[in-house]
Design a protein around this ligand. Structure first.
Ligand SMILES: Cc1ncc(COP(=O)(O)O)c(C=O)c1O
Length: 429
């Protein structure tokens, strides 16, 4: 018998699972769901282990299987991304960024990056990661119409200010940034481009988004849980020379991590295999769905940004919802209808806590098998909330729609025998 005190926590977890996996339409652009197989392998003994150091050179004993899997994961990512060096140890995209800055930018150095209102992540800015390392920032200029970097002005800024690092890629990321166009200028300024691929790693591997390393970025960082539908984690992929890669290695440990949350390696490996198998179809469908949702929203009178540019070439859609009460109000109202989005700054915003926009991502609902018809249906549901229709009625329709899309696609299946083998090996049964 379990103690009664556990009832509340059991109930909470089960209610959360049911609500998020069966009753809501999750449109958070930075999230995803793993495949059942990846999730099964996420539960393993490595969750409690240490392996400080690198493969073959650890500070702890007991790491022989961990070494094998870390090595396998790194070499598979290296092959898929065309990288010279991969570090899978950072536990998140932010940690991957900080370690890379630490390795490549000298103390007091300068970084050129996009401000948050133009899609830059907080870790690219002095409100966040740059502040931790006491680095300085110069803003890359963005064009509020095309939602992209203003290449000509950016070139000038890089040549004049000679930053130690130029960061492209972002959190609100609708169109590929001009990696090719800025890589050469960065090198002329004795710098290089870091592409933060946190959001688009899955699209890159699926071939629906340009590979920044192939376009001239010297290093890319990523999260492994956004469009790449693995467990939460980070990644550094580098085309730099051995000396700089060695510096990255020594920044990840002993500077920014000590334990690497290694239980995620197996699930990340499974996800990578699944992406090699199903990724092309998944990524193409994600981008087509995002475009379809944007067009359907526009037809409903909820106009997304960047209409002239075709709204999006990624998994994301952004909408200026000021005329509906702003990002806070709209995100809150949509949540009452079980539609989950986040408020988001847009280039003309002054306040991060009261932004005019919402950001929408379709990668997760695509994994649940939704297509263009469902995008039109979701646009109608969003428009009904914004028009002030009865929220309870919309929520009932959201739950009804969700009922037909409960199975996660683009992954390998599991069966009871495998579950028993894995749980049996942990002595859980
Ligand atoms: C562009 C970008 N970089 C880095 C991160 C940080 O990733 P993580 O949450 O894995 O630290 C995010 C998070 O959403 C992001 O959007």
């Amino acid at each position: 018998m379990l103690p009664r005190e556990l009832d509340e926590i059991i109930d909470l977890v089960i209610r959360h699972n049911t609500w998020r996996r069966k009753e809501t339409i999750n449109l958070i652009a930075s999230e995803n769901v793993m495949s059942p197989l990846a999730e099964l392998f996420y539960i393993n003994d490595m969750v409690g282990r240490y392996a400080e150091g690198t493969v073959g050179s650890r500070y702890y004993q007991g790491t022989k299987y961990i070494d094998t899997i870390e090595g396998m994961l790194a070499s598979r990512f290296a092959r898929v991304l065309g990288a010279r060096y991969i570090d899978v140890r950072p536990i998140s995209g932010t940690v991957a960024n900080l370690a890379t800055y630490f390795a490549l930018v000298p103390e007091g150095g300068l970084v050129a990056s996009l401000p948050v209102r133009c899609g830059g992540h907080i870790s690219h800015n002095t409100v966040g990661g740059l502040r931790a390392l006491r680095l300085r920032a110069v803003e890359l200029p963005c064009d509020p119409e095309s939602f992209n970097v203003d290449v000509e002005r950016a070139r000038k800024i890089v040549l004049e200010s000679r930053p130690n690092l130029v960061i492209l890629g972002g959190s609100l990321y609708l169109f590929p940034h001009p990696v090719k166009e800025l890589a050469g200028v960065a090198e002329t300024a004795k710098s290089c481009v870091l592409h933060d691929s946190a959001h688009v790693l899955g699209l890159i591997i699926g071939g629906a988004f340009p590979n920044p390393l192939a376009e001239g970025a010297r290093v890319m960082t990523a999260s492994t849980h956004k469009t790449f539908p693995g467990p939460q984690g980070g990644l550094i992929a580098s085309a730099l020379d051995d000396e700089l890669n060695e510096r990255i290695k020594r920044a990840v440990f002993p500077v920014f991590t000590s334990n690497y949350h290694m239980h995620r390696y197996a699930a990340t490996y499974v996800t990578l295999l699944e992406m090699e198998t199903f990724g092309e179809e998944y990524a193409a469908r994600v981008v087509a769905n995002a475009r379809a949702l944007a067009e359907a929203l526009a037809a409903e009178g909820v106009m997304p940004v960047a209409e002239r540019y075709g709204f999006t070439r990624t998994h994301q859609v952004a909408v200026d919802v000021s005329k509906f009460g702003g990002g806070n109000k709209v995100a809150y109202l949509l949540e009452q209808a079980n539609i989950i989005v986040n408020k988001n700054m847009l280039p003309w915003d002054k306040s991060a806590v009261r932004p005019s926009g919402i950001r929408i991502g379709v990668q997760e609902i695509t994994r649940y098998g939704m297509g263009k018809d469902e995008m039109r249906e979701i646009a109608r549901l969003i428009a009904r909330v914004l028009r002030g229709e009865d929220i309870n009625a919309v929520r009932r329709d959201v739950i009804e729609l969700r009922r037909s899309f409960l199975e996660i696609k683009y992954g390998f299946k599991i069966n009871r025998e495998l579950v028993e083998r894995v749980f049996g090996s942990l002595n859980l049964l």
